[in-house]
Design a protein around this ligand. Structure first.
Ligand SMILES: [Ca+2]
Length: 255
């Protein structure tokens, strides 16, 4: 396509749908020139480093928001066009941490006991024009998709009888800084402990230790360890124990 262009300096302009338009100054010499597509790609591909809910979630609390953290700053316009959730749900999109963390806040709570899928198409771009690497294999341009289920309503948990003696819900907000709320549910009066651990299994703090009444309980964690010191950013586990049962979930402190 460049056969008839004379040697010299030329400006090439690339305008591909869904990509940031780019121009490049080229010095052409006589003879043939090879163009490599990769030389005109934007920044490196962005991966998803954290997502809540994840595909493992089958008890996602209906009042929570969707949170996705990327390895790079994201272009808000292409993200908005690439993000979808089904069944469809109206909501607002908010960015944090230099557009690396996005929250989708539904305008109404999710429905109880329902499967949802949220998806970010491969057309999402970083602020420097890089593609989304949705499956994390190092090559950009593919989608990220999560299918999850929301919690059952309290009524249906009671109806289910002994199926689940107690429930531990995803903390909110998550990721958080510096404070988050953990809620859980006990069907019978019970001796309960709720502890926070780091990923090496070291206990960070004990939030609950004692007899509690049946019903829903809410605990706030201020991101401090048992010595009262603020802990560093990272993934933490919180674990609920009652009698012989244990439930564990992850949360992310992002400063
Ligand atoms: Ca990929």
């Amino acid at each position: 396509m460049f056969d008839s262009i004379r040697a010299g300096s030329h400006t090439l302009s690339f305008e591909t749908p869904n990509y940031t338009p780019r121009t490049q100054q080229m010095n052409l010499t006589a003879g043939s020139t090879t163009f490599v597509d990769g030389s005109f790609e934007g920044g490196t591909a962005a991966k998803v480093t954290y997502a809540s809910p994840s595909s493992r979630d089958t008890l996602f609390a209906v009042s929570q928001w969707v949170a996705v953290n990327f390895s790079q700053s994201m272009d808000t316009s292409s993200f908005r066009q690439s993000f979808s959730i089904s069944p469809a749900l109206a909501g607002t999109i908010t960015w944090y941490n230099g557009q690396t963390l996005v929250w989708f806040k539904p305008s109404q709570p999710f429905q109880y006991g329902t499967w949802y899928t949220y998806r970010i198409d491969g057309t999402a771009r970083t602020t420097s024009g890089g593609p989304l690497d949705g499956n994390g294999d190092g090559t950009g341009g593919d989608a990220y998709s999560v299918t999850f289920r929301t919690e059952q309503s309290v009524t249906s948990v009671r109806d289910a009888g002994a199926l689940r003696a107690f429930a531990l819900y995803q903390n909110f907000p998550n990721p958080f800084n510096p404070t988050t709320v953990i809620s859980y549910q006990i069907i019978d009066q019970d001796v309960v402990t709720l502890k926070v651990f780091d990923l090496l299994g070291r206990e960070v703090v004990t939030l609950v230790d004692g007899v509690q009444a049946a019903g829903q309980h809410v605990v706030r964690w201020d991101g401090r360890n048992y010595r009262g010191e603020s802990v560093s950013s990272g993934v933490y586990l919180y674990q609920l124990r009652a009698r012989s049962s244990v439930l564990t979930r992850e949360m992310v402190l992002l400063k």
